[in-house]
Write a new protein. Structure first.
Length: 211
């Protein structure tokens, strides 16, 4: 017969082993989670390397295709979260309504591709990374702060009694005379240029955007 003291000792050892093995029970789930993370990381690295060797897309000239624009915004938002907004000066001057400003999206897209070119792919280099930090990123931060840094989502809302919000494509001054000017420059550029319409005329006001 085994002495009670030995039985108690064995029980304590078994209990200790059970506690030691408890973390291992979740190991298969952790392995699956790590596998998924590695797969996601591989896809991200592949996408960044591909982006580093391709020209930056233009938001202002993006195709009229919701799949294309949606993909661009999703990729840009992920990059903003991972890289751009990690910098305090960028976060402090970043408007909540950034995606309502086409020029801001345009700036951020090319900056994202410049970052990829500096850090990913065969042409990545310390020199490109240094230029991104010292020149490109601060320049974009400064321009966004100057043109949209004090804006807010409320400025893009239209409600009764609120001031009219300007939306859509801007008018190009002189648009109505472009054909005439093109002809002059192509065929008679050594002669006097066509004169713009006088202020106060319907055509002149239209060319100046109603100003």
């Amino acid at each position: 017969m085994i002495p009670p003291a030995d039985v108690a000792g064995l029980a304590r050892e078994v209990d200790g082993l059970r506690r030691d093995l408890a973390p291992l029970r979740v190991l298969p789930d952790r392995v699956d989670e790590l596998s998924r993370l590695l797969a996601d990381l591989a896809e991200t690295v592949t996408a960044l390397r591909a982006r580093a060797s391709t020209p930056a897309p233009s938001w202002l000239m993006a195709p009229t295709n919701v799949t294309t624009t949606g993909t661009l915004l999703d990729e840009l938002a992920a990059w903003l979260r991972a890289i751009y907004l990690r910098y305090p000066d960028a976060g402090e001057s970043f408007p909540d309504c950034w995606c309502w400003h086409p020029h801001v999206v345009e700036e951020l897209l090319w900056l994202m591709y410049a970052w990829a070119a500096a850090y990913q792919g065969p042409s990545a280099s310390v020199a490109l990374a240094g230029e991104w930090h010292d020149r490109w990123r601060p320049g974009v931060v400064r321009r966004i702060k100057a043109t949209a840094g004090v804006c807010s989502p409320e400025n893009h809302q239209s409600r009764a009694g609120w001031p009219e919000v300007s939306t859509g494509a801007p008018e190009v001054p002189g648009d109505g005379q472009l054909a005439e000017l093109a002809e002059w420059w192509a065929e008679r550029r050594d002669e006097r240029a066509p004169e713009p319409p006088a202020r106060g005329s319907a055509i002149g006001d239209a060319l100046r955007g109603g100003r």
